[in-house]
Design a protein around this ligand. Structure first.
Ligand SMILES: *Cc1c(COP(=O)(O)O)cnc(C)c1O
Length: 444
């Protein structure tokens, strides 16, 4: 299957090129040329299928032309070594817990899948001269969660070296441990600056002709199709689990409303792909924190990027969501059609704290600040006799200090998280000057 650029439908690439290059040469985002609906048999039997079987069926629809079935099955199996349970929180309200992976955040899914797919392409060059010279270098700027998921997803993968750039003193101790203690093919780069400096260094590196000549580089942000598309898998699995509940009389009948806590909109875009493949969804809700650019777009049709505002749900502090271009491409820029499928919501930090407390008191369920946005948005958009699913994107212990303060609890660290805290930190100090970063990359 071909992938086209959101800036120019005639500029196309193979899956291999799209994954290895990340971004199209005209800076557009890659989109699959066709989206294949799954068969009615698949949907009729979905409640009997395992997560692996479902993921493999969906993976074949996306990648089956480009990767042999057996290899694809292996990549999918290696990605999902953990469960994504649908947990009942209240009558008709379910949490899809996406946080049971190695770094306890939903980005583990996309990061692990992308690592396996890139590994596959490196191990299977099309022609001898197409094999990359030296390692493929994955550069990733992080304000916390992306760095840990990508570093852990790519840890030990042959032929790939990962550089995680993070702002000194501006990520939480737990997050920092998750990518500075790994060693091996993971290098943490501690930038004397803010997150925007990290992002600027990475962008400049991709544009630098000299570096591109010497190094093979790619991005592991959700602009990469290999990270984005596998996020569709768990929407199908959520539906399968909901069907089981419905068949047992434990959930209202009908297609669910699905609420997604959104920052760069990769997660929501993956859900829209699933819907295009025939997944029954009554409506999506894009839940935002105070960074309300998409909410404003839904209301007015006007898209105006802004500088991001720091909030309690910091993985959603995005002022110019990168996957917006993909949503426009999916709907041919038709504002009305977008509003029909997606409702919007925006919440202040006070709203988030209130929601977390209220949910904890009335149901006993502990939300993290990101999931809290989605939960509140779901309550505001689901009908009384309609099933609702919200995506819980991070384990609350990842934000332990905040959660404990808001709820007055003392939640415990899962063993996996505690293990990271015991490691020895190692990182390369770096100024925010591109010349220094370039010299560092060339010296390796
Ligand atoms: C990255 C992240 C989000 C936002 O996901 P997008 O795909 O960027 O919209 C939400 N919650 C958590 C915990 C995250 O790490």
């Amino acid at each position: 299957m071909k992938y086209f650029s959101t800036n120019n439908p005639h500029l196309t690439a193979s899956l291999r090129e799209a994954v290895i290059n990340g971004l199209a040469p005209d800076r557009g985002l890659y989109m699959p040329e066709s989206i294949r609906p799954l068969s009615s048999d698949f949907y009729a039997d979905i409640h009997q299928l395992s997560f692996h079987d479902i993921a493999f069926e969906v993976a074949k629809a996306f990648f089956g032309d480009d990767i042999p079935a057996e290899d694809l099955r292996q990549i999918t199996a290696d990605t999902f070594c953990f469960d994504v349970p649908l947990v009942k929180v209240a009558n008709g309200i379910f949490s899809l817990e996406l946080f049971h992976g190695p770094t306890l955040a939903f980005k583990d899914v996309g990061a692990r899948f992308m690592a396996r797919m890139l590994e596959y392409f490196i191990a299977h060059p099309v022609q001898e001269h197409q094999a990359p010279r030296g390692d493929v270098n994955v550069l990733v700027a992080t304000s916390g969660d992306t760095g840990s998921a990508v570093a852990n997803g790519f840890l030990g993968v042959k032929g790939i070296h990962v550089f995680v750039l993070y702002p000194k003193g501006k990520v939480s101790p737990i997050q920092e441990c998750q990518f500075t203690t790994l060693g091996r093919n993971i290098t943490a780069v501690e930038v004397d600056g803010v997150f925007d400096d990290c992002q600027r260094l990475v962008k400049q590196a991709f544009l630098d002709a000299d570096l591109r000549h010497h190094l093979s580089m790619t991005s592991a942000n959700s602009i990469n199709v290999a990270r984005l598309l596998p996020q569709a898998f768990y929407y199908f699995y959520a539906y399968a689990q909901l069907r089981r509940q419905q068949l047992a009389g434990k959930a209202p009948q009908g297609a669910p409303v699905i609420s997604v806590p959104s920052g760069n909109f990769g997660n929501l875009t993956a859900g829209l792909f699933a819907h295009r493949m025939g997944l029954p969804v009554a409506r999506f809700v894009a839940a935002n924190n105070a960074n309300d650019i998409f909410y404003h777009y839904l209301r007015t049709g006007d898209y105006s990027p802004k500088a991001s505002i720091p909030t309690l749900a910091n993985a959603m502090d995005v002022g110019d969501p990168s996957n917006f271009a993909r949503i426009l491409a999916l709907y041919g820029s038709a504002h009305k059609a977008i509003c029909k499928d997606i409702a919007g919501a925006t919440y202040t930090d006070d709203d988030i704290s209130t929601t977390m407390r209220r949910c904890h008191e009335s149901t006993g369920y502990v939300l993290d600040p990101h999931g809290a946005c989605a939960y509140e948005a779901l309550l505001n958009h689901v009908g009384p006799a309609q099933p609702g699913i919200f995506l819980e994107t991070a384990h609350p212990a990842k934000f332990k200090e905040k959660v404990d303060t808001i709820l007055g609890t003392e939640i415990s660290l899962p063993p996996r998280l505690a293990a990271f805290m015991k490691g020895v930190k190692h990182s390369e100090p770096m100024s925010s000057d591109f010349a220094d970063f370039k010299a560092f990359l060339l010296s390796r």
